[in-house]
Every structure is written in structure tokens, then in C-alpha cells.
Design a protein around this ligand. Sequence first.
Ligand SMILES: Cc1ncc(COP(=O)(O)O)c(C=O)c1O
Length: 308
Amino acid sequence: MKTDVANRYIWFKQEILNVNDAKINVLAPTSQFGLNVFEGIPCYWNETQQQLYAFRLADHYKRLAKSAKLLQLDCKYTKEDFEKALVDVVRANEYTENVSVRQTLFVDGFGSWGSDGPVEMFVAPIPRGNTSAEYNKQGLNCCVASWRRISDNTLSPRIKCGANYINSRMGQREALRNGYDTCIFLNEAGKVAEGPGSCLFLVKDGRLITPQLTDSVLESITRDTVIKLAEELGIEVQERSVDRTELYASDEAFLCGSAMEITPILSIDRYKYEYSEESLTSKLLAKYRSVVSGRDSKYQGWLTPIYK
Ligand SMILES: Cc1ncc(COP(=O)(O)O)c(C=O)c1O
């Protein structure tokens, strides 16, 4: 039976439960220290095919396993377990719309921030419209955060762990407090890094420019998708360090991520950008939507069908 969002099913420690019945001990390291690693996995409904597709699932699981390895979590679940749990719980909810799935490995039990286990998992799908406000806007007014992005020498942005999002929070709260939708972080060297939950692209003279992966950014799957789609569309892409003034001097800009998809930036620190149906950002967004929803046969290899 279809569920309402407040009573949806969640996969939790090998069981499928009502989300309200999934309980974690307050003393677990995940509760106390944000000791968890996770993925946000987008699934797209194709009405014609009556099919829901998980996008780049294998790449999400590769990154999840890498995050767990870097934090030395002793995880008993395999990539096959990850996928089966996701498929089972999305099917249990009978979703026939776009959903976003939070898949988290967390340190349970009574240990400390230094514990390597016991590692448990939950998988929680949610209809896309119910995710955070900044992920559901048509265009974004941004500021450059006064806080710097975490760095590989302190808390690596390469590891997608809960604790990293406290840095994201500082920038996001500052942006909201000052009347913006979201922020862009500079890294410790003062070069442009990323958004609090997304990667950044600029468009200048018909070329795409994005900060390189060693400039304090997550190894984003959407960033990689955008680069590959741009190549197919014959658009040159530069991955390199980006100066702050390049932000203001570019023609277009957008943020991208599994939750954000490709969302145009309307302004940064009140410097305005072009955005229209003809802009490069619009072309990339149209291409992205057709790929993720299974309307582009060339990219079937990136899609995992949820229903039989
Ligand atoms: C800090 C940060 N950067 C970038 C991204 C985009 O990553 P992906 O495209 O893999 O969702 C995210 C989203 O998870 C993020 O949290």
C-alpha cells in the first residue's frame, strides 16, 4: 500500500519499518559525534516506461565504501547488500514519482568517536518535493561565505560524512541570515571550492569552468555527469583553481548535485548572471533530465531499474 511521507517505510538494521519506529540510541557515536557516512541517491520516475530508475548507483556505492574505508569503519555490509536494501525499501513504499534516497552507514552501540563499530545501516527514501528548500528552487541568489570550506588536512571534503555538514551549515545559515538562498565557499587558499551541498560550475565565453577536485570539493557524481554530458555536447570543460573575481566575471553559473540537479545561479554577492532558455545552463539541464529519467538510450548503463 502507498505510504504518506510521515509514515513512509525505512530500511533499518535489516528490517523494513515505519520511519517512526526506527530508533537510534542517544549515546551511539552517530548521535554524539555525527559518526556516519552517507549518500543521497536520486531516483527518477519514467511515466512512459512505468519504471523508477536509480541514477549511477554503482558510483554512489563506490563512494560510500570509500568514505567508510577512509574513516576506518568496520562495515559488514557489501555493495550487493547496499543495493538490495535500497530496492526493497523503495518497492515497499511503491513510489511512482521522483525520490531521493538517503543511505547511511552509522556507528551504533555505546562507543566513542574513535570506535570502528558496530556499523549499522539505514536506507530512507523521500519524495523529491519534500527535500530542503534550497534543493527545490528554480534559481539561486548566493553569497560567498565568510567561512572557509574544510580542507583535506583537517576534515576532508572527499569523505561524505555527517560531521562535514557542520561546516556546510555555518555557510548556509550565514547565507539565509543575510537574505540569500545559499552560499559558495572558498577553500583555505582563498580559491573557489563548492556550495554547502553541491558543486559549482561557471560559464565563460562558451566554456565550462569548475574547481578541481583537490581544491576542497566533494568528488561529486553530478559534477562528473555534467563534465561527461558537456563533452558529448561539444562544450569545453576546464577543471582548475578558480579565483573569487572569476565568479563575478563569468556569464553564467550553476550549482549541481544529486539533490540540486543543475540549478542556475541568478546572482553571487548581488553580481547578476544571464539565464534564459538559450543559455548553456538550460541546455545542460535539459540533457541531464533526459539522461536521468531514461529518455536517452546512450546512458542506460547509469540507470538501475527498481521495479521488475
Ligand atoms: C558538499 C557537497 N558537494 C557536492 C555535492 C554533490 O555531490 P553529488 O553530485 O555526488 O550528489 C554534495 C552532495 O552530496 C555535497 O554535499
